[in-house]
Design a protein around this ligand. Structure first.
Ligand code: SF4
Length: 355
């Protein structure tokens, strides 16, 4: 890898060694005027990750200054994420860095992919016809991908090796990058360093809180997110934080959202943070569940949710219902009753008058 590549993939071993060889002190990264641009870019990385994407800059090997800024912005962004120490931000940041890498890795040549894979202890045989990797490496990287096509049983095994396309290798490497970054965050950052970073942190906190509250407001204008059952609330927050949901939970969440009247576009917005999100496929699947092929699918009952391990932290209300949709309707009923302030006139909820 040349210096330009190290700047584009700053979490690689080569990039860490190169930055160490530059002999910059933590003090100069945090406070030197000469590092203003690196700190600004570091903050920008984190802000971009909150919105979902960190675009890679266009660099050439003669851009020494830009390369240096890009390289040093990475450790600074890690310091910011560590000082904030918010699991949602940590996952989102790691995912955005990994997705940015996937986008550029897809178009890299065989030699580069081979070298990059080695940094993740993967001995990939990259040929024009495809890439062969050992099944243990495949399982290590593909285990967090929930789509059926990534299950080992759906892959051809030849003497312990799995053949994948170059794009699939890039996708697997995305998981490797994500695990590497997420697994090393938060770092132990001295308190005085975090205090010095406050001017950068303040703007990030505003963006982070705004992003979190968007879930509660605009995306749910037509529905009451606060009335969702625990299983669905958890699935949404995991999905928003970049956790890959099990196939059965995605189905339950999607069919539930459709069941309460949410639009296909709003539902797709909830999945955009998933590590294996693919807009085209996701739209097809959501529209299919919504009935585009003539059959619309109902959300699973609580019993089915329990069977698949998708019932999470059932609360008091769960004792009175057997279906997540009824949980929502029942809570809506109570909410409307309280809002109308007609406690005396309202009949007690019974099996007959509660939907
Ligand atoms: S009991 Fe039903 S509604 Fe409640 S958390 Fe479990 S699956 Fe969800």
């Amino acid at each position: 890898m040349d210096n330009k590549d190290l700047a584009l993939y700053p979490y690689t071993t080569g990039a860490s060694r190169y930055v160490a060889s530059l002999d910059f002190s933590l003090d100069s990264l945090i406070s030197s005027r000469a590092m203003d641009s690196a700190r600004a870019r570091g903050k920008e990385r984190v802000l971009q990750s909150i919105e979902g994407e960190i675009p890679k800059p266009v660099l050439s090997n003669s851009d020494d200054r830009k390369i240096l800024i890009e390289l040093l912005s990475y450790p600074f962004s890690r310091i910011l994420v560590s000082c904030i120490d918010d699991p949602f931000l940590t996952r989102r940041y790691s995912l955005a860095e990994a997705v940015a890498s996937y986008r550029s890795l897809k178009s890299m040549d065989a030699t580069f992919l081979r070298e990059f894979s080695l940094d993740f202890s993967i001995h990939a045989e990259v040929k024009e016809s495809g890439v062969r990797i050992h099944f243990t490496d495949y399982i290590r990287l593909a285990s967090s991908l929930k789509a059926m096509e990534w299950k080992l049983v759906n892959r051809k095994l030849d003497h312990g090796y799995v053949t994948v396309s170059r794009e699939e290798l890039a996708r697997l490497l995305q998981e490797g990058v994500r695990h590497r970054i997420e697994g090393t965050l938060p770092m132990q950052v001295p308190e005085d360093v975090c205090i010095s970073c406050q001017p950068y942190i303040a703007d990030i906190m505003i963006a982070l809180n705004e992003r979190k509250s968007r879930f509660e407001s605009s995306e749910f204008r037509t529905v009451e997110a606060g009335l969702f059952p625990p299983c669905i609330t958890r699935a949404i927050s995991q999905s928003q934080a970049g956790v890959n949901l099990a196939h059965s939970m995605r189905f339950a969440m999607t069919s539930f959202m459709l069941g309460i009247g949410m639009s296909v576009d709003d539902i797709l917005n909830l999945f955009t943070s998933s590590p294996d999100f693919d807009m085209e496929k996701a739209r097809y699947q959501v529209e299919h569940i919504a009935g585009s092929s003539g059959t619309s699918y109902k959300p699973p009952s609580c019993a089915t949710m329990q069977t698949y391990g998708n019932c999470y932290a059932p609360d008091e209300m769960c004792k009175h219902i057997s279906h997540p949709l009824n949980y929502y309707r029942r809570r809506m009923w109570f909410r409307n009753r309280d809002a109308a302030n007609e406690k005396e006139e309202q009949p007690s909820p019974t099996a007959e008058n509660v939907p």
